[in-house]
Ligand binder design. Structure first.
Ligand code: GLV
Ligand code: MN
Ligand code: MN
Length: 392
């Protein structure tokens, strides 16, 4: 299967030899290599490549302006820090392999077929997840998008310009969206539903994405000497962080939600200095928005600061007709997820959207342990090809 060759090509790109995880961040050299790889794969198949106003890539088989709207497959190629190989690339490589499989059996599309690669899905560098799909749908203001900064203070505008894009062009893109009649994103499963069903099918269909968001906690204190400052005289923001971490765990348990503080910035970050400032990022999700909001409020109260909302995505139910049709076609179970996806952003913008999940034997994601067996990846490609035959 052509899947294996593409998978091998991507293996070294952005891989950290020490952890075995991937560091593929938006608008970096690794990102450029991945975009170049996709451009090459699209060209080799005679697909017409375009970039939209957020730098998302679209490769078309057929003309979506003349004969659209079309059916679009795809996902993203960027990663979280030390992410797995599958979150994102599995959907892109599977889409290309599905095209190859369909062509090998002489199938031609009844309507244009596209493959999309969304930019900066993880928000690992600039903080806002699904930035590419949010920009083109208008869910992320272009001025805010351009001015987001990474840990070094580089703005999105500067990073995009360095990558050869015109940041002034960034904004909602009705033309790109008009071409999309339906979107199907195949993704590695990021939980245990499929693997915990021994003998069950390797592919599931998504029902919904939980409401979720990211908040920043700005904790201020006073830098001082670790060896000479009496405990009573300290103003140590790290103590507020500790309260926040414990509160996040406790409130999540109480509200049937999930909460994580996984990213920190400590200033000045010296072992023998009381910090002057701690910045922490809270990720909170759950089946019900009210519970997620309660968790965030509890964390803010424990930390003694008002959490600053950096992004929010409401509950997303995927198109029910499409979901049932694909679940029936593939005899696949229907699963909710707590993970965010570009498919969710497009769905919220009114595009009929579905997701397929491929079994993950470790149940682990956003980690080098994330996995899918080659046979399951191939069955995912088969499932995607069947979906295209059904919808295309
Ligand atoms: C994206 O992977 C997210 O849900 O954080
Ligand atoms: Mn992810
Ligand atoms: Mn993903």
């Amino acid at each position: 299967m052509t899947f294996d060759g593409m998978w091998a090509d991507l293996h070294p790109v952005g891989r950290d030899a020490r952890s075995g995880g991937y560091r593929r961040f938006a608008w970096t050299g690794e990102d450029a290599a991945l975009r170049e790889w996709f451009t090459g794969e699209a060209g080799a198949r005679g697909l017409e490549l375009t970039a939209d106003r957020a730098g998302n890539l679209w490769a078309w088989w057929g003309d979506p302006d003349a004969d659209g709207p079309g059916l679009v497959l795809g996902s993203h190629l960027d990663s979280v820090p030390d992410g797995g190989a599958f979150d994102g690339p599995l959907g892109v490589v599977s889409a290309l392999a599905a095209v190859d499989a369909l062509r090998a059996r002489g199938w031609t599309p009844g309507r244009p077929l596209g493959i999309a690669v969304f930019a900066d899905e993880e928000g690992a560098r600039f903080g806002v997840a699904c930035a590419g799909s949010r920009i083109i749908t208008g869910a992320l203001d272009p001025d805010r998008a351009r001015s987001l900064t990474d840990a070094d203070g580089t703005t999105v505008a500067e990073a995009m310009a360095a990558a050869g894009l015109d940041p002034h062009h960034v904004g909602p893109d009705a033309e790109a969206l008009r071409r999309v009649g339906a979107f199907v994103e195949l993704h590695v499963e990021q939980g245990r539903a499929l693997v915990d069903d021994p003998g069950g099918p390797p592919v599931g269909v998504a029902s919904a994405i939980w409401p979720h968001g990211r908040w920043r906690l700005d904790l201020r204190g006073r830098a001082d000497h670790a060896g000479t400052t009496r405990l009573a005289d300290r103003d140590d923001p790290m103590l507020h962080l500790a309260e926040a971490v414990i509160a996040a765990r406790r409130a999540a348990g109480e509200h049937d939600a999930l909460a994580t503080i996984g990213k920190l910035r400590v200033e000045p970050n010296g072992v023998n200095a009381i910090p002057s400032r701690v910045t922490a990022w809270l990720d909170a999700r759950g089946p019900a928005e009210a519970d997620v909001r309660s968790v965030v409020a509890a964390v803010g109260a424990a930390a003694g600061t008002e959490p600053v909302e950096e992004s929010w995505t409401g509950a997303t139910a995927f198109d029910a007709g499409l979901r049932d049709r694909l679940a029936g076609l593939l005899a696949a179970p229907v699963l909710p997820t707590g993970a965010g996806h570009d498919a969710g952003i497009l769905s919220a913008a009114g595009i009929p959207t579905a997701m397929l999940f491929v079994r993950n034997p470790t149940g682990v994601s956003h980690s080098p342990q994330e996995h899918a067996d080659p046979e399951d990846c191939h069955r995912g490609v088969d499932a995607l090809a069947r979906v295209v035959e059904e919808l295309g």
